[in-house]
Design a protein around this ligand. Structure first.
Ligand code: INI
Length: 160
């Protein structure tokens, strides 16, 4: 094993199937995350035929949809998109922590990249900043992470 060439995933989306699981809650933010994710996938060679979009009511429903969608064995990675905004929401911590915990658990259980693109922010302004304005588009970032991880997983599976 050499240290001069790290093992990492290439940033190409070629020949892989992506499930994009999108929650409708705060849809004015999440729509931009979805558009950013799909744009990033397509710019890296993923075709419409290789992208399936699933919609759920809120962030708490994303994990079950991920589990059910991946049971088909058709996908190489999942991109989960949503927006949890603290605002005056009393159970902000429950929604954000539970959705994140379940997504991490699923990645290990399903043995595939499940990328957490669920924004967890204090207010609408912070959400807008992360949905295509001054802090970039976290949906696009999630798509890049998904493509890189698909390729890293393939590389690791072929070596170890
Ligand atoms: N769901 C979200 O995706 N974002 C939120 O900000 C949010 N808040 O604030 O409550 C939210 N709640 C709904 C939750 O995800 C479930 O859909 C609901 O509890 C039904 O299970």
């Amino acid at each position: 094993m050499s240290t001069d060439k790290p093992i990492e995933g290439e940033l190409t989306g070629a020949i892989a199937n992506y499930a994009v699981v999108v929650s409708r809650f705060n849809s004015y933010i999440v729509d931009s995350l979805e558009a950013g994710a799909i744009d990033a996938l397509k710019r890296h060679g993923v075709t419409d035929a290789n992208i399936s979009v699933f919609r759920v009511p809120g962030a708490l429903e994303i994990p079950l949809a991920v589990k059910k969608a991946t049971a088909s064995g058709s996908f190489d990675a999942v991109i989960a998109l949503g927006a949890v905004i603290r605002g005056s929401t009393y159970h902000f911590e429950i929604v954000s922590n539970e959705s994140a915990r379940c997504l991490s658990d699923l990645a290990l259980k399903l043995d595939m990249p499940v990328i957490n693109g669920v924004l967890t922010v204090d207010n609408v302004e912070q959400a807008i900043e992360r949905a295509g304005t001054k802090a970039g588009n976290k949906g696009a970032d999630a798509a890049l992470a998904a493509m890189e991880m698909v390729n890293l997983v393939r590389e690791l599976n072929s070596r170890f």
